[in-house]
Design a binder for this molecule. Structure first.
Ligand code: ZN
Length: 352
């Protein structure tokens, strides 16, 4: 090769390298980082870390007409809950998704204080919990249409909850476990669809069996929302076939009542039962859609000293060793507790 040719070749190589770097820099700049909304502000989804996606610090079952912050003493609740939060932090927990909705004991300021005291990130929610025949739904719901309800929820995300400046990190709703949804619950899931399209908040719906889960997914799709914006809460009350069908559509399957209970580990709802359900989903290549949690806690203001507070350790002490003995890898367990929650809770509008 002539000297001149080598020179030209070198120049061409330099130009290619220059262009490649340019493309890399431009694409990095164009992809904004996914983020999560915690009670202390937004964080990159990559910093969510080990997460329990459905737990409670406080639940007040008295009903929408009678509940309010006067029902509990924040310091007392924190005194009771903090040791349980610290115990699970010892296991590596970084983010705690608090699933108590408004009118059922949601207290964003309390969660913020608990977050600052514990060093654990907390996520709270917006939305109405229609399960238990609308006991926890405020009266204003009945005189509003789905669009007005969605607007209220979106306002909480834009301006903060009440005067706290704390923003919700997801939409929490609830429906009855009946075969088909009531008109009120159709309105709630429709409002959730509209609020999702405005905010990008994922929708976690207390649901239970297959029927109402699949119906909600259909309503979301009818409103142009991709099923990946839907977390089927208490999916353990559905069938494996129902879970598979919803997951294949892209929905999140929340197996969220993991507790060590009773002596028969294979009984429905016990540790072996959860391992089998997860294995069934794994065989279909759907572990990427599974979320796990305890649905544990909580301080109940109706009981003396808040009643019995159940901890958040069974997944770490019992479920993970059981999953490992059944051939689940560390990477698969990280997927359930780290990767999937970050994917599910990232703020992103998911259109069909
Ligand atoms: Zn719950």
């Amino acid at each position: 090769m002539e000297k001149e040719d080598i020179k030209i070749l070198k120049i061409i190589i330099y130009i290619i390298i220059f262009l490649l770097f340019g493309i890399i820099i431009i694409t990095c700049k164009q992809a904004p980082e996914d983020y999560i909304m915690t009670v202390t502000g937004k964080i990159p989804a990559s910093q969510m870390g080990l997460t329990l996606e459905h737990e409670h610090i406080l639940v007040d079952f008295i009903g929408a007409d009678s509940t309010g912050y006067f029902r509990w003493n924040k310091d007392e609740v924190i005194r009771k809950a903090l040791p349980f939060v610290m115990a699970v932090k010892e296991k590596g927990l970084e983010t705690f998704v608090e699933c108590t909705p408004a009118y059922l004991g949601r207290d964003p300021a309390l969660l913020k204080e608990l977050s600052e005291k514990s060093g654990v990130k907390f996520i709270t929610n917006t939305g109405y919990y229609g399960a238990r025949n609308n006991l926890f739904v405020p009266k204003s719901f009945y005189t509003s249409d789905a669009r007005q309800v969605a607007e209220l929820w979106a306002q909480e995300f834009e301006n903060g909850i009440e005067d706290t400046e704390i923003k919700p990190g997801f939409i929490k709703i609830g429906v009855n476990p009946d075969d088909s949804l009531s008109p009120e619950h159709i309105k709630i899931i429709t409002a959730a669809a509209l609020a999702h399209l405005k905010t990008g908040l994922v929708i976690a719906s207390h649901t239970g069996p297959d029927g109402p889960a699949l119906e909600q997914i259909d309503i979301l799709k009818g409103n142009g929302v991709d099923p990946s914006a839907f977390i089927w809460v208490h999916a353990q009350s559905g069938t494996l076939e129902g879970n598979i069908r919803a997951a294949k559509e892209g929905a999140w399957i929340s197996l969220d009542n993991v507790r060590m209970r009773g002596s028969d580990p294979s009984a429905r709802g016990n540790i072996d039962w959860y391992c089998n359900r997860m294995n069934g989903l794994k065989q279909e290549g759907l572990l990427k859609n599974v979320l796990i949690s305890h649905d544990s806690g909580w301080y109940d203001p109706a009981k003396p000293d808040g009643g019995t507070f159940n901890g958040f350790l069974d997944i770490f002490d019992t479920l993970i060793p059981a999953l490992k003995s059944k051939g689940f890898s560390d990477a698969e367990i990280d997927q359930l507790l780290i990767k999937n929650p970050a994917d599910a809770f990232k703020i992103q509008v998911r259109k069909l």
